[in-house]
Structure formats: C-alpha cells, structure tokens
Write a protein that binds this ligand. Structure first.
Ligand SMILES: [Zn+2]
Length: 254
C-alpha cells in the first residue's frame, strides 16, 4: 500500500485519467480507502474530475461525514463509496460514474451487460442492475444521497465488481486505485463494443472459465502497463509500483 502523500497524488491522477477516457465528465468520482485507517476514505471535494488538484482531497468516515479540512462542498453521492467500503473490507477503491455507453444497458432490463472482451473480464457474467425506484419510489432524482440508499446499492453489488444503476450510471470496485481505474475504463469500452456487437447479431459472451482465467491474470504488470501509458496521456508523473504482484503474473508472463 502506498503512503498517504503518494496515494493523494494517485487520486488526482486517477481523476484525470478517467476524465480523459470519458468514463467521467464534469460528474462522477473516485474514492480510496485511507491507508492508515480502514474506517475512513479519501476523495476530492465536489469538482469536475479533470480539474481536481491535491488541495481538493478530503477525508470522510464510512457514513460520509467530513473529517478535518473542508476545502469545498463534498460530493452529494459520497455515501456510495462509504457503504461499499463498509460492506467489502477487501475493496480499497471505488469509482462511481455515468459512463455514457453503459447507461443504455441499465434501462434495457432484458439485455445482459456481460463481459465480451478479455480485457473487460472482471465485469463478469452476472452484473446486477440496481433500480433506486424499487425501494425508494418514483420521487427521487436518482442520486444516492444518504446511507440508506447507498447500503441498498452495496447490497445489490454483493461480491461483484460492477453494478449498474438504472437511468444513472454504475459503480466499479477494485483492490487498488490502479485496478479500479483499469476496470472502469474497460467497462466503458466493453459497453461500446457490446452495443456494436448486438447490432450485428448474436453475441458470444466470455464463459465463466475465461472470466476466471483473465481475472486471475490481472496482476501488477498489466495494471502498471495501463497506468504508465495513461499517466503519460494526461501529463501526470508516473511512479512505478510492484510489477510482480498478483497470482497471475508468473503464469501470464512466462
Ligand atoms: Zn451519479
């Protein structure tokens, strides 16, 4: 786990990368569990991801209360991150976005949003589609603005990597900031490709075995390769991390 200073730099970089890939626009956010206190998380004040600076980063309790300095208004949907960190101790980073190619799959409930491409394997074959209306009625603005809503969303996500949010966007989780950025980018790419494939004909989705093999191989080396390239694209410094982490490293690299 990187130290706090490095992690805050990485949060800025992650926001810039996600904006550069159209995963977030002026809206959407990324949070990281605090490296020294698992009951806290870090994220920017409410600001467009491409504009975020180091001084914008704030600390929160898992129920979304601000701890310490408050450089600006917090994101109204910060509860999403807290509830997922609360429910999933192994998860260290969460992205919430309105990925433009993903949202259509959230409103066509008969259409499965499943991984069709190896890079997107961690999405899996069983992506839930959480509908805020089911429990909170038709008078919400679809935003997740309290812990009740956020815990309901976290319950729907369960042990999975991605959950769609009907008419809104999705959440993506990871065991590191690099992993969650990687999966978020490939979730948007998978949605672009799946939309095109469905227009062509019957789609072959990845099988459970293929998903398991690819996910196992999603190790340090792969994540670093993406992160280095994306840092360069957005003009942020690249600080290498361990390349040999993850169970799939030696198997996929030899
Ligand atoms: Zn949102």
């Amino acid at each position: 786990m990187p130290d706090l200073g490095q992690l805050e730099e990485d949060i800025v970089t992650a926001n810039r990368i996600l904006a550069d890939h159209n995963v977030v626009d002026s809206f959407g956010h990324v949070a990281v569990r605090h490296p020294d206190n698992p009951a806290r998380f870090l994220m920017s004040r409410a600001r467009a991801p491409a504009c975020i600076e180091l001084d914008d980063i704030m600390e929160f309790t898992l129920d979304g209360k601000v701890v310490g300095r408050e450089p600006g208004k917090p994101y109204s949907e910060r509860f999403i991150h807290g509830a997922i960190f609360e429910a999933r101790p192994e998860i260290l980073a969460v992205v919430h976005n309105h990925s433009p190619n993903v949202v259509p799959f959230s409103v066509v409930k008969t259409q499965c949003f499943c991984a069709i491409m190896h890079m997107a394997a961690p999405i899996g074959r069983d992506v839930p589609n959480w509908d805020i209306r089911d429990k909170f009625g038709d008078a919400t603005n679809l935003l997740v603005t309290n812990m009740d809503m956020a815990r309901d969303l976290a319950k729907s996500l369960g042990s999975r990597t991605v959950a769609l949010m009907r008419g809104h966007g999705c959440v993506v989780v990871g065991r590191s900031l690099r992993e969650v950025v990687f999966t978020s980018i490939y979730t948007e790419i998978n949605a672009q490709m799946l939309g095109k494939a469905l227009a062509l004909g019957e789609v072959t989705y990845l099988s459970d075995g293929e998903i398991a093999a690819n996910t196992k191989g999603r190790a340090g080396f792969t994540l670093e390769r993406g992160w280095e390239n994306w840092c360069r694209s957005v003009g942020r410094p690249y600080h290498p991390r361990a390349m040999d982490t993850g169970p799939g490293f030696s198997r996929t690299d030899n």
